[in-house]
Each structure stands twice: as structure tokens, then as C-alpha cells.
Write a protein that binds this ligand. Structure first.
Ligand code: RM4
Ligand code: MN
Ligand code: MN
Length: 406
């Protein structure tokens, strides 16, 4: 059978299920995922960083690699940056170079976890001068965001303590609140502060923004400009992440995602490699919210970002795999028949409701994605296209010792 024949059968089957295939295709064509500059550089565990040959030596080379991911997937036109890892003298030049590669700079991530001064906290340090330094660093990131036309400051705070009694948890909360107010007040009205939570690591006893409830409480107080960022690796095992997503969507307080996957903790593995069903169920909530007038605006405004670090994988193929897995999960979520699901829920038909969701997950979306890619002028198999492009061999000239988490 030819690809066209396979697609025709697939399309008929979806139409029979009551799916508007043209709508699904349009949604897929406009879907975008941001990749992180740091995902192209060397990273590792606390035991070892295996340095890879060909890793970018600076932000410009990271952008070149990101452009390859965008070229084959057609859905990654923005790149998140981490400051100071990606700090350069002239951000105007960065903006221009990105544009020449068909890219834009996305979220700007302050780094409040790698300076010696932050040993006992940054925004929550007992020393007011350290808190000032940390706030000033975020201010610098806001300036950089203005220079590169980015509207997002994405804040992950590593602050926390290792032992009971080590810190005054409430005092730290108040310092943090004060700092975040100053930050939000300095941001332009069209900028957003995304607050990322994580329950442990590097701190092992308490973390100052440990879960979505704390991030949400801060975001509520801070007002319109502040929203919560959900990193898929930042929950205790067994957490129902799609429930958190649905709740925050309904509250208008979810602003972004950091996609990755975990088996145990903040593993930063390839998206969808461990638990593709969870990823699908998250997209199921996102699609549902996008169709509800109450939540549509929030759903439309979400920054979908990958946050991944590759210890043993080649970086560009790992990034492509993650992006494709996100696309697959989204495509499947678009195939849920919402009317059938709603009816089953309303009659409390447990079996039918569960089936309406699961059946979409079980659909093969390969013919759909291949058709969408062809209509977008892309190769039907982006991974193959990348591997055959010769780019991976070409960058080996960069040698070993590219930029890592420093
Ligand atoms: C953290 C968190 C942040 C990311 C750093 C590198 O665990 O996920 O988003 O900036 O890692
Ligand atoms: Mn993250
Ligand atoms: Mn993380």
C-alpha cells in the first residue's frame, strides 16, 4: 500500500469515529514546542559528566543545533536561554543570529543555584545583600528578555534547607514573596513570570517552592503577570499530574510546561519515554480546556517547553525524539471524541468514559503525522531526515569540551 492509501483508510476510520480530521490537522500544524539551550550542551549527574564530541561551544552554536530540530520537526521556532550560561555581551547579535536561522529567543531562565553566595539560599537567604544580588540577577534577565523580545521569565528556585530547624520556613516565605513582588513590578505588562516548583533537590529537607499549591499561592498574590509552570519531573512518584493541570487551567493560572520524563525523580529523560500515557492524559486536559470558553484563553497562552538534559544520549536526536513524542501525545489527545466522552460522564458510565479516552490513545497517529508533515513541506520521518542530513557528523569538528552547566 502507498502512504496515500494508508492515510485514506486512516482518515475514513477517524471520520467514522466522529472526528473532524481537518480540524485535527490544523491544530497540529500550529502547535509549537520550545527547546532549551541547555539541552544541547553537556550535562550529567552529580557522579559524572560524559563530555560529548560536537557539543556547542557557545549560545550561537546552541542556536544552530536548535535550528536543526526546528528544520526537521517544523514545530520548534523558539529557544529558551539560561543566564548566565548563555550570557553574551551583545544580545542584539543573538536576536539577529537567531532570526537568520528562523528562530526566536523564548523564555529567559535566571540561574539562582550556581553561585557560592547561594549556598544557604538566594531569594530566601538570611543575608539581605545576597537576596539583593539574586533579585538584581532576575532584573538583569528582565532586561535581557526586553533585548531579545522575549515575554517570559521562567523561574525555578533551588532554595531550600537540608535539616529540620536549619531555616525559618515562614521568614523565608516572606523574603521570597517580597522579592517576587519586586520582580513582577519591574516586568512590563505583557511579560509573564512563570513560577516552577519542585519538591526536592538540591535541598533534601524542605524546598521553598515545593509544589503546585505553593507556586499557585504565590502566583495568586502576585497577580496577572504570574503563573505556574509544571515540570513533569518535579512531583513525588504517583502524583496525578493531569489533575494538577486541569485544576490550574480552570483557575487561569497555568502558564507553561517543562516536558521531560521520569522514572523516579527529576530524571530529565526523553519526553514520553517512560510514561507516554501520562503525557497523553495531560494533553487530553489541555485539549478539553481549549474547547471550553471558560478556559480557552488560558489554554491558548501556554508556553510548551522541553526541559531535558542528556547524559548519555546524543543531544540533537534526543531533542528531536522528545519533540516528536510531544506531538504524538497531542495528536492522540485531539482524537478523543469529546461528545461521546461527555455523554458517558454524564450518565456515569465508567466503562464508556474510560474507553473514550483510552481508545484515542490506542489510535495509530503515524499516518496522520506523516500527512501533516508532508503538507507542511517536511520529511515524513524527521529523525531519519536529521540522521541522513550529515549535520551530526559535521559538528564533530567542534571537538570535545563544549559548553555545559557552567
Ligand atoms: C531544574 C529545573 C529548571 C532547570 C534546571 C536546569 O531541575 O527543572 O527548570 O532550569 O533544572
Ligand atoms: Mn524545569
Ligand atoms: Mn528539573
Amino acid at each position: 500500500m502507498t502512504r496515500d492509501q494508508i492515510y485514506a483508510l486512516w482518515e475514513q476510520r477517524q471520520k467514522d469515529r466522529g472526528i473532524d480530521v481537518e480540524w485535527v490537522k490544523e491544530r497540529l500544524k500550529s502547535f509549537k514546542v520550545e527547546t532549551p539551550s541547555w539541552g544541547y550542551g553537556d550535562s550529567g549527574t552529580r557522579f559524572k559528566v560524559f563530555k560529548q564530541r560536537g557539543v556547542p561551544r557557545n549560545l550561537f552554536e546552541k542556536l544552530e543545533d536548535a535550528a536543526q530540530v526546528n528544520k526537521v520537526t517544523g514545530m520548534c521556532p523558539t529557544v529558551a536561554i539560561h543566564i548566565p550560561w548563555d550570557k553574551v555581551d551583545d544580545f542584539e547579535k543573538v536576536k539577529e543570529y537567531a532570526a537568520s536561522l528562523g528562530l526566536k529567543i523564548g523564555a529567559v531562565n535566571p540561574n539562582l543555584f550556581q553561585d557560592d553566595d547561594y549556598k544557604f539560599g538566594s531569594l530566601t537567604n538570611t543575608d539581605a545583600s545576597v537576596r539583593r544580588k539574586a533579585i538584581d540577577h532576575i532584573m538583569e534577565c528582565i532586561e535581557i528578555a526586553r533585548k531579545v523580545d522575549s515575554k517570559i521569565i521562567s523561574l525555578w528556585l533551588a532554595d531550600g534547607t537540608n535539616y529540620p530547624g536549619q531555616g525559618d520556613i515562614r521568614a523565608r516565605k516572606n523574603w521570597l514573596e517580597e522579592a517576587l513582588f519586586e520582580v513582577v513590578n519591574a516586568m512590563d505588562s505583557d511579560m509573564r513570570l512563570l513560577i516552577e516548583y519542585k519538591f526536592f533537590e538540591p535541598a533534601f529537607y524542605h524546598t521553598d517552592i515545593a509544589d503546585w499549591g505553593m507556586a499557585y499561592a504565590f502566583a495568586m498574590k502576585l497577580g496577572e503577570k504570574a503563573q505556574v509552570l509544571v515540570d513533569l519531573g518535579h512531583h513525588p512518584l504517583g502524583t496525578n499530574v493531569e489533575h494538577i493541570v486541569a485544576f490550574l487551567l480552570d483557575e487561569g493560572k497555568i502558564g507553561g510546561f517543562h516536558f521531560n520524563n521520569k522514572k523516579y525523580a527529576d530524571d530529565d529523560l526523553i519526553v514520553g519515554s517512560i510514561n507516554p500515557y501520562e503525557l497523553f492524559l495531560i494533553f487530553n486536559e489541555l485539549v478539553a480546556a481549549s474547547l471550553d470558553p471558560k478556559t480557552a484563553k488560558t489554554a491558548e497562552n501556554i508556553a510548551y517547553m522541553i526541559d531535558q538534559s542528556h547524559n548519555i544520549e546524543p543531544k540533537i536526536p534526543a531533542m528531536i525524539r522528545s519533540v516528536l513524542n510531544v506531538q504524538t501525545a497531542y495528536a492522540k489527545a485531539l482524537l478523543v471524541n469529546r461528545e461521546v466522552l461527555k455523554e458517558a460522564q454524564m450518565r456515569n458510565d465508567v466503562m464508556a468514559a474510560e474507553a473514550a479516552v483510552r481508545e484515542a490513545f490506542e489510535c495509530d497517529v503515524m499516518p496522520l503525522l506523516e500527512a501533516v508533515r508532508e503538507e507542511m513541506g517536511l520529511a515524513p520521518d524527521p529523525m531519519k531526515a536529521y540522521l541522513e542530513s550529515g549535520y551530526g557528523e559535521k559538528i564533530l569538528e567542534r571537538g570535545i569540551g563544549g559548553q555545559g552547566w557552567e
